[in-house]
Structures are given as C-alpha cells and as structure tokens.
Design a protein around this ligand. Structure first.
Ligand SMILES: Cc1cc2nc3c(=O)[nH]c(=O)nc-3n(C[C@H](O)[C@H](O)[C@H](O)COP(=O)(O)OP(=O)(O)OC[C@H]3O[C@@H](n4cnc5c(N)ncnc54)[C@H](O)[C@@H]3O)c2cc1C
Length: 383
C-alpha cells in the first residue's frame, strides 16, 4: 500500500478500515470494526442514515419475511437474536433508545390461498402459531371481519429507525469513528492486486480493509472492477397516521400492507414497491392506496389524522438475497450490500460478519448463498 500517512484513514498503528456508506449496514459494520480495534472511517456521499435506513418501517421480521427454511432464514434469525442486546448496548453507550417494541407480528390472511400458504409455514417455522378468526379478533378486536385468521409471529419485533439512527451516530462518535459526510467515494483504489482504499474529492484514502455498504448505489463502485453487482433501487413509500388511541397492539401484516403501531402513538403504514430508478418522489395515489388498505384491515383507521408520507430506495437484489462476503478478484474488499427489504433486521448480524471477515476469522454463518460473485457465475467466497 502506498505509504502516504496523511492519506491513510489511520495514522496510528491500528489497522485501518474505510466503510463506504453510512446507512444502517455501514454504521453497524463500523461499530463492530471499531470495537475489534480498527481505526475506522465512514464515508457518505450525503448525511449519515438519510437514505433507505430511515425510510424503513423498522420491523425485525425474520419470520414474516421468510417463505422457506434455508440460509436466508438462518441469517435473519441470527440477526434477530442479536437485536435486543445490540440496541441495549447502544442505549447504554449513548443514552438514546431505539424504541424497541416486543409485541410480535400478526400475519393475517384475507383469502383461502393466502391462508394455505401461511399454514404451510407451520411445519418448519418455530415459534409461529395459527390463530383462528375468533382467536385473532380476541387478540386484536379492531380488525375487520374479513380477516379469516393469521399467523402469530411472537419473535418479530420492531424498532424506530429514526431513533436508532441517533443512537448509532452517537455511538460511532463516542467510540472515535471518523465520520466524513458529503464525501462520496469516487472509485476503489487498487494496489498490488488488492483493494487499498478509495478516491475522494479530497484525495485518496488508504486502508487495510474497505467495506462496500453503499446500498442501492453499490454497483457504481464494483463495475470498474468487472463485477456487475445486481443491486438496484426499489422505491418504497409509507404513510404515518395518528389514531386517537392505538388501534392494534401487534404489527398487522397482510399481503400488500402492514400497520406498525409505534411507541409515539402513530401508525406507520407501508409500503409500496416500485422499480423506477433513483426517484424518491412521493405521490398522492400511493398515499390513497395505503390509506385504503389500512382501513380495509382496521376500519377505525378512517378517523385517524394524517401525519406525513415519505419514500426510500431499498437496495434490491434479483434473488432477494444480500451480498455479504469477499470476492477473489478483489481482496481487501468486503461486500455488505443488497439487503433489500430487510436491512434494518440484518444490521447487527451483518456488522458481526463484516468484522469476522475483516479479522480473517471463520464467519458465524455459511455465506455461500450470499457470495458477491454468485451472479457473475464466479466462485463466491464465504470467508
Ligand atoms: C419503505 C421502506 C420500508 C422498509 N421497511 C423495512 C423494515 O421494516 N425492516 C427492515 O429490516 N428493512 C426495511 N426496509 C429495508 C431497509 O431500509 C434497507 O434494507 C436498509 O436500510 C439498507 O441499508 P443500507 O445501509 O444498505 O442502505 P442505505 O440506508 O440506503 O445507505 C446507503 C448509504 O450509502 C451512501 N453511499 C452510496 N454511494 C456512496 C458513495 N459512492 N460514497 C459514499 N457514500 C455512498 C448513501 O448516501 C447512503 O447513505 C425498508 C425500506 C423501505 C424503503
């Protein structure tokens, strides 16, 4: 690596790490890297935690989001188990709560086909319980009569992404992370066959380990290396309403709509799903659609006050799986991108895996299914 001390993200004798992207995945990775002894710099082309990571609903839906057993379910469950202690550690460090709510998700069925699909999960999903129409109304009395039953997923909790953003930033500052906002990484630097850092407008920054956590923008940086990472923006729009009193205790989740009752008394209703490029505009049609769907589940939502609407860009991937691991063609680079609908849930698990890869340790999970080179047909590396 070129010996430009002034260009290194670290001038101490600690190993240096650069994290590209200050969303929840980059921040979670930086947190683990600092705790493991790296001198860490997080670069963001904008401000920290202002893209998908604060547009999210904050569900930790390992069970509601999984349709079959396998590596993705394992990854989700692994991160879900880490979540509560992770937010408690952040709160202890910073005094900021992530507004963790441990009420479970009720995945409701409105038609026969949906019911059959949901019931089929009972054979392999531990901790899920089928509730009949009567049982479900006893649990959530405000539900519409059309709901025919549902899966109670007690382990699927939620947090408030904007609150968690504050805790993550404060924790990184407190632990001595260098945060460089409005500083895009223009390209990855190579030296002697390794990725050696990034080029920024202010010059090169060198590091022993570079983490690619650039969300929907990640492919821009891998393309010059010859890797077309199939990650792309999937726009999601949400609305927030304030009923006079909370209408549901558990999160209600139907085929194309969910209602998350937040600690502040608002109901977060999401989300649309559209591939329209890097477009974050909100529109009245989506607001109306989400409102109608929420009222179809909870008719009393009609009287709620409108609070706000917003949109964010999920880092989608064609097979729905994230890219976590290394790529033989680019040693020194760790991928942590493409977390699609589940980046909030997967943050602590991904942070830990990035740290293990950076230290050359055996990752806690088999990462073959998430190998960065899988789409290119290249052999992926899991650790
Ligand atoms: C409406 C909606 C609802 C969602 N609900 C949930 C949910 O309930 N539960 C859940 O688990 N997930 C949910 N998600 C998904 C979740 O938000 C994402 O998977 C997650 O935020 C991805 O995090 P990230 O850090 O990879 O990306 P981002 O948060 O988008 O962060 C990427 C960062 O990289 C920066 N960047 C990009 N390129 C560069 C560069 N060249 N140089 C420097 N910086 C760069 C960007 O500025 C950005 O800050 C939801 C998403 C949306 C949109």
């Amino acid at each position: 690596m070129p010996n430009h001390d002034q260009d290194r993200s670290n001038v101490s004798d600690r190993p240096a790490a650069i994290v590209i992207g200050g969303g929840i995945i980059g921040c979670a990775a930086a947190l683990e890297l600092i705790k493991a002894g790296f001198a860490c710099t997080v670069l963001d082309q904008g401000a920290l935690m202002q893209e998908a990571s604060t547009a999210a609903a904050g569900m930790l839906g390992a069970q509601v989001e999984t349709h079959e057993p396998g590596p993705f379910y394992k990854l989700c469950r692994h991160s879900q188990e880490l979540y509560r202690p992770w937010t408690e550690e952040l709160e202890e460090l910073t005094g900021i709560t992530a507004e963790y709510v441990a009420e479970g998700i009720l995945r409701v069925a409105l038609d026969e086909e949906d019911e059959a699909q949901l019931r089929s999960r009972l054979s392999w999903m531990r901790g899920a319980q089928w509730l009949s129409a009567e049982q479900i109304r006893a649990a959530e009395p405000m539900l519409a009569p059309e709901v025919r039953g549902g899966l109670m997923l007690e382990r699927d909790h939620h947090i408030m992404p904007t609150a968690l953003a504050g805790a993550l930033r404060a924790a990184l500052v407190k632990l001595g992370c260098r945060i460089r906002e409005w500083t895009p990484a223009y390209r990855l630097l190579q030296h002697q066959g390794r990725i050696a850092g990034v080029q920024t407008a202010e010059g090169p920054l060198y590091a022993d380990v570079t983490v690619l956590a650039a969300g929907a923008w990640a492919p821009v940086l891998t393309e010059p290396l010859g890797l077309k990472l199939p990650v792309f923006p999937v726009k999601g729009q949400c609305i927030s309403l304030r009923p006079e009193a909370p209408l549901n205790r558990s999160t209600l989740f139907a085929k194309s709509c969910y209602i998350v009752p937040k600690r502040d008394g608002t109901a977060l209703i999401g989300a649309t799903q559209l591939e329209v490029g890097f477009d974050k505009r909100t529109d009245a049609e989506a607001v109306a659609k989400l409102y109608r769907k929420a009222c179809a589940l909870l008719p009393a939502m009609r009287d709620a006050a409108f609070v706000r609407t917003w949109a964010g860009l999920r880092p989608g991937s064609r097979d729905g799986l994230p890219f976590i691991g290394t790529w033989p063609e680019a040693p020194g680079l760790i991928f942590a991108a493409g977390h699609y609908r589940n980046g909030i849930l997967l943050a602590p698990g991904t942070g830990l895996l990035v740290k293990q890869l950076a230290l050359g340790e055996q990752p806690a999970l088999d990462l073959t299914a998430f190998a960065p080179g899988r789409a290119a047909g290249a052999a992926g590396v899991s650790g």
